[in-house]
Design a protein. Sequence first.
Length: 506
Amino acid sequence: MDFLGNLALGFSVALTPFNLLMAVAGVLLGILIGALPGVGPPSGVALLMPLTFGMDPTSGIIMLAALYAGTMYGGTITAVLINTPGESASVVTCLDGHQMALQGRAGPALGMAAFGSFIAGTIGVVLLMLVSPALARWSLAFGPPETFALMLVGLTTVTLLAGDSPVKTYISMVFGLMLAMVGFDVISGDARFAFGIPEMMDGIDFLPVAIGLFGLGEVLAGAEMAKSGALVQGRYGLRDVLPNAQDWVRSRWAIARGTALGFAVGILPGAGPTIATFMAYTLEKKVSKHPEEFGRGAIEGVAAPESANNAAATGAMVPMLTLGIPGSATTAIMLGGLMMWGLRPGPLLFEKNPQFVWGLIASQYIANIMLLVLSTAFIPLFVRALRVPYAVLMPIIIALCVTGAYSLKNSTWDVGQMLVFGVLGYAMKKLGYSPAALVLALVLGPLAERALRQSLIISDAGIGILFMRPISAVLVMAALAAVLVPVVRWAWAARRRRATGSVPAR
């Protein structure tokens, strides 16, 4: 009964006219942003977060969450029509989606992606609604040692999964932790690493960093790699995008498996939608009776990853809301936004801010319906958006970056920070470092430091307190395992190379 009461409370919040408008605006902007190559979900959320500052936090998070869901579908449009993924979670969709377009079946590919996203997103919200309260109740047993151990798990697992090179990803994380230490000490109040600059006494603000790394940095990288793909011509009316009966028969289990796998992967800190899509595509190819059709226009190759990415996007909100650990780069930015609004994600969020949490959950049902309607009815509009030259889009995005950074405190200092981190983001992308790990460390760093300092204050055993309490001991061991896994992999790969003679033994 309490569950139904909370859901009714959520819909009473989500169905207010302004929140409905925010859900529609978020989905529409998300699809448009996702359809623009080089501007993915993290960039979109970072760029539009300043628009939410004057809103109620619930309305703001509804818009950002709806935008996140929209970008998951928007990247499909470019993947199918010009073989260029709008964001990383749509890379796998290129394999079969573009082949379907070349065969004159771009409409059914886009339509199946929309229906798969709707089904997976809706089931994901149901699972979010069922899993999150139970996980939040369990996490109420957390004290400072357990909190620090949990933050340590979040940092290590995200850096393990965020980049191709674990070493570079750990370097990004450490740099983010160094930035998080700038400003006043969280316990003593002493100034640290401000070098006498008054603006740095309050620390490095999260928003200019996120806008610089994911907004300006991506624009600079996109300008270098911009290319004009050949847009597949075709009919994109409502009838043209509806899958036929055979498409549904072939895709029904692909959608089911993609949804289950996507949500399970999404709730793992750091995994995110991209990993879920690759795993779903691989699984579908293995269980298929016709694996030779994959890569040549199999509709299951579109249905499975597209279902997985939306389910994973919803699943990523579970650790963010209940544990304060983001499940993806986008939810890391959203986590920073919640803290700027004065909301502390974690075990007490469900008790202290039920209207916020359940309003967000209920709004996801509405956002998924809006996603289905807009993604099928407005496909011709989104196709036209692909014809806008990148040379036109780039100055518009840069203007949004500058405006967003300035709007935080009406300060040119923040604009300067954004520009510096924009150049840094471009360099990190070129050199293979992980901006997501840096942002995550900047967000979680102060929380982890406070929990560690509190643990040491209340402890007579020093750092040993982390191993004297069962929950924190298990979490610390999991964090150590996450650090050791890439080391073991590297050592095993080096041993095999020496054994085969590809690298001379030293």
